[in-house]
Design a protein around this ligand. Sequence first.
Ligand code: ZN
Ligand code: ZN
Length: 291
Amino acid sequence: MKSLKLMLAALLLMAVALAGCGNPKESGEEKNSANKEEQITIHHIRNATEVVEYAGKKFLIDPMLAAKGTYEPFPNALRNDPNPLVDLPTSIDSIIKDVDAILLTHLHYDHFDDAAKTVLPKDIKIFVQSEADAKEVKKSGFQDVEVLQEDTVFEDVQLIKTEAQHGRGEMAVAAGSVMGFVFKHPDEKTLYVAGDTVWYEAVQKVIDTHKPEIIIVNGGDNQFLQGGSLIMGKEDIHKVYQAAPDSKIIVVHMEAVNHWALSRKELKAFIKEKEMSSNVLVPDDGEAYSF
Ligand SMILES: [Zn+2]
Ligand SMILES: [Zn+2]
């Protein structure tokens, strides 16, 4: 048991900062909302990188911006290709242009990489999960780093830190801490970004408490050869659907880094089988939705 633990810890250290997904397209899933000028737009970039336009502000979540094949593959994984497995679907300039704030769920490199550290303006607002992460991010030269709280307000958008668990048992410990968050605004639908988490009671609690109409989950079932899922697989996604059957659920973090285990194709077949098609969306890289 101890050696498994040590191995996992070593793997995670090597990998700390590795993971991913993607390729481009555009679609408008749902045009809704009462003639509000400020629609919510969720533009899925690749892996867990999302551009979210919410209440007139542009947020960039978990930027991994390197070109295909830049980083060593995660060891002890299902395949051995360098990461990310695919290129960005759009230019870095268009991703980072006019961003008001960045949100980092944690610092694994498939969520915040060297390319992002290089291209992002050093005075941009960045929200992180902890003082430890803030310290780390500041080391890369960023000046305006804030630890997200349960009552953070940015401009007039409420940003609520939520619990997340990066695997189960020893794997969750080895993978380290991670957060999710909820976006709230009186004129907007509530958006929940779950982060690198498996399904567990805290996710249910966030759904019950905040009743998000839109939920983004990381669902590529990424894992090493031992230790189990690091993020959601299809059964976890089904649980999210059962907890929030009327919400739109967007599944990302797929097919972008070498330890993914659930393909979009397999997930789509499962969604059909469980009759979740109207509410569970699986974007290609570059695809966007408006709500
Ligand atoms: Zn990840
Ligand atoms: Zn991670």
